[in-house]
Design a protein around this ligand. Sequence first.
Ligand SMILES: Nc1ncnc2c1ncn2[C@@H]1O[C@H](COP(=O)(O)OP(=O)(O)O)[C@@H](O)[C@H]1O
Ligand SMILES: [Mg+2]
Length: 240
Amino acid sequence: MVEIKVEEALTGLSMSEFPLIRLADVTKVYHLESGDFKALDHVSLDINDNEFVAIMGPSGSGKSTIMNQLGILDIPTSGELYIEGKNVSNMTNLERTHIRRDTVGYIFQKFYLIPLLSAYENVEYPLILKYKKRDTTGKAAAVLKSVGFDEELSAHRPNQLSGGQQQRVAIARALVNDPKIMLCDEPTGNLDRKTGFQIMDILVGLHNEGKTVILVTHDPKIAEYAHRIIELEDGRIVAS
Ligand SMILES: Nc1ncnc2c1ncn2[C@@H]1O[C@H](COP(=O)(O)OP(=O)(O)O)[C@@H](O)[C@H]1O
Ligand SMILES: [Mg+2]
């Protein structure tokens, strides 16, 4: 609590005035053999609860880098990330792991399902990590059903599923701990158009249920689903 009070004193904002997510002057530098590379260059951005935001920009402009920051997968070289008013940069690794697990769900272009686990086991996996036991609540099955995944395919492994089916499993896995924030990095990038729109319909449903959806896409038709478009260029926000 003391920490939060300090936060309020420093920013002049009370907790209730904080956006869900705040990037404050975030810079991310990658150290390469060829020299330092600034993938994010003093980026500041607020995202409110229940927004539906698209992030666009050319390849290499920093879209995935900003998503990794928003998703607490990486720490800024300088600047701060606040989630619900809490400064993530000041947290211990364990605190960061917990807030990530409980607040953020991720989906990616390449799905990143665990190849040796079945569809069901992929979705159950975050529950096992959290509760240290197999799921007996039926939650994994329920969330798979909620994203329109055919129950008969539950025992199939990812390589026995179509791209659209794999992305449904990935969404279910992201949802199983009921995160407030869904981070979607080109979620339709490996799918045909029709399947892509089906995946977008699921994201629209999640937004309607109250989730905050942040979506990276190259496709203007996909970006149309969002209520705000943020454009990145060379690690800077050029339009928002
Ligand atoms: N882990 C990394 N190490 C070094 N450079 C990286 C790393 N991740 C990304 N980059 C570089 O940072 C820039 C932005 O990458 P990224 O955020 O993945 O772009 P985008 O998603 O917009 O295509 C690129 O030039 C990329 O090569
Ligand atoms: Mg990317």
